[in-house]
Design a binder for this molecule. Structure first.
Ligand SMILES: [Zn+2]
Ligand SMILES: [Zn+2]
Length: 168
């Protein structure tokens, strides 16, 4: 995804994109369109990019295994400095542009930050009841007749991990 910078005004420049995820090469778990709100603050020496990204994704719930869709919001900032790139640079959020640069390509950053936005813990809802560990009934949908010992909430993360391992 290419942003033309040769005709930016000094100060704030706002762009909004609503595009299919596939145009930047994003695949599962993402689908449909992404909404990108870009603000480019331009001065003589740099362009500061602020990016707000809204994505739709499909995941399998860690507790009940059901597929669910969710909206993910993520944002990042990158400073594009005009000038020569120093020998040693390890800052992720600092890039260098030739003084006569006409455009910036933000595709890779969009991809990277989208992948980083995937949550570690995936729940169809905060209070998902999960599956009965005896009969496998999805307890969000119906109750089962198994005798229940109350699950100590401290064990839930371990049970999620177990479900995850079983699903894979
Ligand atoms: Zn669930
Ligand atoms: Zn059961």
């Amino acid at each position: 995804m290419i942003i033309k910078i040769s005709n930016l005004n000094d100060g704030s420049n706002n762009f909004i994109f609503n595009e299919p995820v596939k145009i930047i090469g994003l695949k599962e778990p993402f689908f449909d369109n992404f909404l990108l709100n870009l603000d480019l603050q331009k001065s003589n020496s740099q362009i500061a990019l602020n990016s707000d990204l809204v994505l739709k994704a499909k995941f399998d719930c860690d507790r009940c295994g059901e597929e669910y869709t969710t909206e993910i919001n993520t944002s990042y900032q990158i400073i594009y400095m005009f000038g020569e790139e120093p020998e040693e640079t390890d800052s992720l959020n600092l890039k260098y542009l030739a003084f006569d640069a006409e455009k910036i390509d933000i595709t890779q950053d969009l991809l990277d930050y989208s992948m980083l936005s995937i949550p570690m813990r995936k729940l169809c809802k905060e209070d998902c009841k999960g599956l009965c560990y005896k009969c496998g009934t999805n307890l969000n949908v119906s109750a089962c007749s198994c005798v229940k010992e109350e699950t100590d909430p401290r064990w839930l993360p371990l049970m999620e991990l177990k479900n995850k391992l079983n699903n894979n």
